[in-house]
Design a protein around this ligand. Structure first.
Ligand code: TXA
Ligand code: MG
Length: 351
C-alpha cells in the first residue's frame, strides 16, 4: 500500500489536506494524525471493518480496546451511557486534553472497537489538527498510538512513518507533539473512579475536581492483572535491553559508570539515558540526555524519542536513571518500567 504523507503546520491548518484525510476515514481507511499526547492511528470507530484494519496494521492483540476520539464534549452521549456526575465534571475540567474516560458503551459502538468489552474509552484531544480532522469527518475516531505494537509510541510524524509506512493510507505530519506520553485513563463506570494508566493529568489534579480517586494496584504490584487490557503487554520497548538503576542519584551515577565500564570491557555496546544534570558525569558508552529533572515535562516530552534514537544505533544494553513517583514522574516511571520489562536494579535493596 502506498502511504500518502502530508505535512501540516498546526498554526496554519491546510483545510484541503484535512479534507483528504477525513475522506479516507469516511471510506473506512486509516490515517495517522497528531494529538497533544502522541500520534494516533485513526479509523471510523463505528465501522468494525475499519477498526479491524487498525489491529492488523499495528499487529495489535484483538482484546486490546481502542480509544474513541471526539471533537465536542456533547458527542460523548451518542457513544456512552449512564455517565456519572464525576465523569461530567472531569470532562468539563480536562477536555479537550490528555484525559481518557472509561464509560459504559452505547450499542452503536462495535465490540471490535472495544476489544469485546461493554465499556468504551473516550477522549477529546486538544491538538488543533486532531480537532480539525474529527470535526471535518463528522466521525468518532478510534485511535490507538500510531506505533507497531510493543514499540514506543510515536511523538513525531517520522516515528509513525518508520513503523507504519506502507501499511496505512495516510500520515499527517505536524512535527513533534507536546506532552509526549499517552493520556491518563480513568475508569468512571464505578462509584469510586480508578486510574488505569497514569499520565499528564495526575491523581492530585483529578482529586481536586472529584475527591478521592484510586489507582489500579497493578501500578505497584507486578503480579496484579491491569484493568486496562493494553497495560499487560510488553510495551514502549527499544530494541536494546533496558535496565533502570534506582536509588539516590549520586549512587546511581556511580553504579551505572561501574557496570557500564564492566560491560564495555566485555565488548558489549552500552547506552546511557542521563538527564541534563547528570550528563557530564558519565564516562562510558553512548550517553543521551532525556531532559531536565528541574522540569519533568521535558523528560516526558523526550522519553520515547530517546528510546527510538537508541534503535538507530548498535547499542545492545541501555542503563537509565530512575524518576520520582510523584506527579508526572509517576507516568514517566510507569512507561520506563514497562519499556524495561520490570528490570530494575534497586540500590537501596542491594545495599
Ligand atoms: O494519549 C493517548 O491516549 C493516545 C492518543 C492517540 O490519544 N492513545 C493511546 O491509545 O495511547 P492506545 O491504544 O495506545 O492505549 C489505549 C489504552 C490501552 O491500554 C487499552 O487497553 C486501554 O486504553 N483501554 C481502551 N479501552 C478500554 C476499556 N474499555 N477499558 C479499559 N481499558 C481500555
Ligand atoms: Mg499504545
Amino acid at each position: 500500500m502506498n502511504t500518502k504523507i502530508v505535512s501540516i503546520e498546526p498554526s496554519e491548518i491546510d483545510e484541503e489536506k484535512i479534507k483528504q484525510a477525513a475522506r479516507i476515514l469516511k471510506e473506512g481507511g486509516l490515517a495517522a494524525f497528531p494529538t497533544e499526547t502522541v500520534y494516533g492511528l485513526g479509523a471510523d470507530a463505528l465501522n468494525a471493518l475499519a477498526a479491524d484494519k487498525i489491529y492488523k496494521a499495528k499487529g495489535r492483540p484483538s482484546d486490546n480496546p481502542l480509544i474513541v476520539h471526539i471533537g465536542d464534549i456533547s458527542a460523548v452521549d451518542a457513544i456512552a451511557r449512564d455517565i456519572s456526575e464525576s465523569a461530567r465534571k472531569l470532562m468539563e475540567k480536562f477536555w479537550p486534553g490528555p484525559l481518557t474516560l472509561i464509560l459504559k458503551k452505547e450499542d452503536i459502538v462495535p465490540l471490535k472497537t472495544t476489544g469485546g468489552l461493554d465499556t468504551v474509552a473516550v477522549r477529546m484531544p486538544s491538538h488543533p489538527v486532531a480537532l480539525a480532522l474529527i470535526r471535518e469527518s463528522g466521525l468518532y475516531i478510534a485511535a490507538p498510538s500510531a506505533n507497531t505494537s510493543g514499540k514506543p509510541s510515536p511523538t513525531t510524524g517520522k516515528h509513525v512513518a518508520d513503523d507504519l509506512e506502507g501499511r496505512i493510507d495516510m500520515i499527517i505530519d505536524a512535527g513533534a507533539v507536546g506532552v509526549g506520553l499517552e493520556s491518563t485513563i480513568v475508569d468512571v463506570t464505578t462509584s469510586e473512579p480508578v486510574i488505569l494508566r497514569p499520565g499528564y493529568v495526575t491523581k492530585e489534579m483529578l482529586e481536586q475536581v472529584i475527591g478521592e480517586v484510586r489507582e489500579d494496584k497493578a501500578f505497584t504490584d507486578a503480579d496484579s492483572r491491569p484493568k486496562a487490557p493494553g497495560m499487560k503487554y510488553r510495551h514502549y520497548a527499544p530494541k536494546a535491553e533496558l535496565v533502570i538503576v534506582d536509588g539516590q542519584i549520586d549512587l546511581v551515577i556511580k553504579e551505572i559508570n561501574r557496570i557500564a565500564g564492566e560491560k564495555i570491557n566485555k565488548g558489549i555496546k552500552v547506552g546511557i539515558i542521563a538527564t541534563q544534570e547528570s550528563l557530564p558525569f558519565y564516562k562510558y558508552g553512548k550517553v543521551i540526555s532525556v531532559g531536565s529533572r528541574k522540569n519533568e515535562d521535558t523528560i516526558a516530552h523526550n522519553l520515547y524519542s530517546v528510546l527510538r534514537e537508541f534503535d538507530e544505533t548498535d547499542v545492545e544494553l541501555i542503563y537509565c536513571e530512575s524518576f520520582s513517583n510523584k506527579n508526572l514522574g509517576q507516568a514517566i516511571s510507569n512507561r520506563l518500567t514497562k519499556a524495561a520489562s520490570n528490570h530494575v536494579i534497586d540500590l537501596e535493596k542491594s545495599n
